[in-house]
Design a protein around this ligand. Structure first.
Ligand code: KDG
Length: 321
């Protein structure tokens, strides 16, 4: 039983230690756990909430590594099975002094892409308060997309509040049009949508936060809130039938790696809402965890414990006034 659940593809990440070297030339790598949705599960658990992560692993050293990492991070694994027939995914990431790193995936035909939807029928939803969905899992195969739709039906049946992060990965889709059409249709099923302003261009043809928010609020009865992530500037929030508002981001001394910030944002929002905080405070926490994430080299190693988060908020909210 858990308060939170998510489904995704976990990845063994090899992050280069050689600054500004191409992936071809880099020689030194460190291994981490990655994958957008598993990042969220790890961060939710680090803040003291029970989190269930659903996936399929290969019976291989990466699968074993991921199981160990989940155990170390106290993420529940009741709905993870493994198969000898397909490999667990892995990826390479380079280290850059500015901007976003290059990422190369080895994930086509992975174990998670062969996820068995029957696993979902075993889920105990009785304690689940929130589910987080992202646009990556439905992109990895038709089988994963069908399972994703089945999970959405189950979440609706059990009246579970859902966040949806489009998490664009154009390399996983046959065309940008197919990506936008499928993700916008899936977004209709979520109460809260978390796009980035840079994703707006491909999804709704605009980077303007209000235009993006209005698109999603108008396309579905179910969607009540859109929170558009606008990098270090913070986030633009709009609820159905209300005027939008901004929540300022936090300044960070040094950006080490931007990957994982969006997942940090999602888990900050979700945990705060699960704890009954106001929406504005939840977005403040979302921005804060995004700031933690960009200061660490792995995708989820920078996420804070509750004590670290509180200390950061005490210090920085005073400074911001
Ligand atoms: O959001 C961060 C993730 O993107 C990263 O941890 C792994 O690229 C990844 C993916 O597709 O899940």
């Amino acid at each position: 039983m858990s308060e939170f659940l998510t489904i995704g593809e976990p990845i063994a990440l090899f992050a280069s230690q050689d600054t500004d070297q191409s992936l071809k030339d880099a020689l030194n790598f460190r291994k981490y756990l990655a994958g957008a949705e598993v990042n969220v599960a790890v961060g939710v658990s680090r803040l003291g909430h029970s989190a269930q992560y659903i996936t399929r692993l290969g019976e291989d050293p990466f699968g074993d590594f991921i199981k160990d990492q989940l155990r170390e991070n106290h993420v529940q694994t009741d709905y993870i099975d493994s198969t000898p027939d397909y490999w667990t995914a892995f990826q390479l990431k380079n280290k850059v002094s500015t901007g976003d790193p290059n990422i190369f995936y080895f994930r086509r035909g992975s174990a998670a892409a062969h996820f068995d939807a029957k696993t979902l029928d075993r889920i105990d939803f009785s304690e689940v308060k929130f589910a987080h969905l992202s646009g990556i899992f439905p992109a990895i195969s038709e089988q994963a997309l069908a399972a994703f739709r089945h999970l959405i039906d189950l979440l609706h049946e059990h009246n579970i509040r859902t966040t949806f992060d489009p998490n664009l990965r154009p390399q996983l889709w046959s065309s940008p049009q197919k990506m936008a059409a499928t993700l916008n249709e899936l977004a209709k099923e979520a109460e809260i949508i978390l796009p980035g302003d840079n994703e707006g261009e491909l999804l709704v043809g605009s980077r303007d936060p209000e235009t993006i928010a209005d698109f999603y609020l108008n396309q579905s009865e179910r969607t009540q809130t859109v929170v558009v992530k606008v990098g270090p500037k913070g986030a633009y929030v709009k609820n159905k039938g209300e005027a939008g508002y901004w929540v300022k981001g936090f300044k960070v001394a040094q950006v080490v790696d931007t990957v994982g910030a969006g997942d940090g944002f999602a888990l900050g929002l979700i945990t705060a809402l699960m704890e009954g905080k106001s929406q504005r405070d939840a977005v403040v926490r979302a921005n804060a965890i995004g700031a933690f994430a960009v200061q660490a080299p792995g995708d989820n190693d920078g996420y804070p414990t509750s004590e670290q988060l509180q200390a950061f908020l005490d210090k920085n909210l005073t400074v911001m006034g």
